[in-house]
Design a protein around this ligand. Structure first.
Ligand code: PRP
Ligand code: URA
Length: 208
C-alpha cells in the first residue's frame, strides 16, 4: 500500500513544541491531542464509502456512508495520547487496546495486554502510536491484530524513523502508514534523532 508523510504546517508547529525538552507534561499532552485531530482527518481520507439513500427536507438523494466500522487501536502506553483526538473526529469509533513491551532477554516486543471489540475482522482498524522507531512494537502489534482477524489496517504515527518505516513496508506491505514527520535516524539506544525523547514518559510524567 502506501506511506504518507504529512508535513502539515499546523502539525509541524505543534510538534516543535512537543520536541522542545523544556515542554512539560500538560503542554506535551495538549499538543499531542491537537495533532491527533489533524492526523485523524488525514488518516481517514481514504476510508471506503457506499451509497446511502437519504431524504433531505427537500428531496431524496443518494448520499454516502462508511462501509465498515472504525476501530482505533492505541499501542500502550504512549498510543493512548492519540485516542481522544481521533475520537473527537471519529466519535463512533470503537477502541481496542494492545500493550507491547520489549522482552529484556530476547529484546523482542511481546504482547502484555489485549482487548478488542468483536467487529475487528470487518472493521477499518487504525493503529496509533506517537513513535515509530525500530518499528518492532508496531510490526508485532499489527501481526497480532491480523492474527485476530483484522484485514483493513492503517498505522498512524507522529514521528517515524527511516528504519521503522522500512520495517512496516517490508513486514506489512498491505498496511497504509501515515507519519506526521519523518526524522533522520535512530541513535545507539534506539531513540529517534532528533525525535522528542521517550513519548510515554513525557506524556505520563514518568521521566526521571
Ligand atoms: C515507545 C513508543 C512505541 C515504541 C517505539 O513505547 O510508544 O510503542 O516505543 O519503539 P520501536 O519502534 O523501536 O518498537 P515504549 O516501548 O517506550 O513503551 P511506553 O509507551 O509504555 O512508554
Ligand atoms: N520510543 C520513544 O518513546 N521514543 C523514541 O525515540 C524511540 C522509542
Amino acid at each position: 500500500m502506501a506511506t504518507t508523510i504529512l508535513n502539515h504546517p499546523l502539525i509541524d508547529h505543534k510538534l516543535t513544541i512537543m520536541r522542545n525538552k523544556e515542554t512539560g507534561t500538560k503542554e506535551f499532552r495538549q499538543n499531542l491531542d491537537e495533532i491527533a485531530m489533524l492526523m485523524a482527518y488525514e488518516v481517514t481520507k481514504g476510508l471506503p464509502l457506499k451509497n446511502k439513500e437519504v431524504e433531505t427536507p427537500i428531496c431524496t438523494m443518494t448520499g454516502k456512508e462508511l462501509v465498515r466500522p472504525v476501530v482505533l487501536v492505541p499501542i500502550l502506553r504512549a498510543g493512548l495520547g492519540l485516542v481522544d483526538g481521533f475520537k473527537a473526529i471519529v466519535p463512533h469509533a470503537k477502541v481496542g487496546h494492545i500493550g507491547m513491551a520489549r522482552n529484556e532477554e530476547t529484546l523482542e516486543p511481546e504482547e502484555y495486554y489485549a482487548k478488542f471489540p468483536n467487529c475487528l475482522d470487518h472493521a477499518d482498524v487504525i493503529v496509533v502510536d506517537p513513535m515509530l522507531a525500530t518499528g518492532g512494537s508496531a510490526a508485532a502489534a499489527i501481526a497480532n491484530i491480523k492474527k485476530r482477524g483484522a484485514k483493513y489496517i492503517k498505522l498512524a504515527c507522529l514521528v517515524g524513523a527511516p528504519e521503522g518505516v522500512d520495517l512496516i513496508e517490508k513486514e506489512h506491505p498491505d498496511v497504509d502508514l501515515v507519519v506526521a514527520a519523518l526524522d533522520e535516524k535512530l541513535n545507539e539506544l534506539g531513540y529517534i534523532v532528533p525525535g522528542l525523547g521517550d513519548a510515554g514518559d513525557r506524556l505520563f510524567g514518568t521521566e526521571e
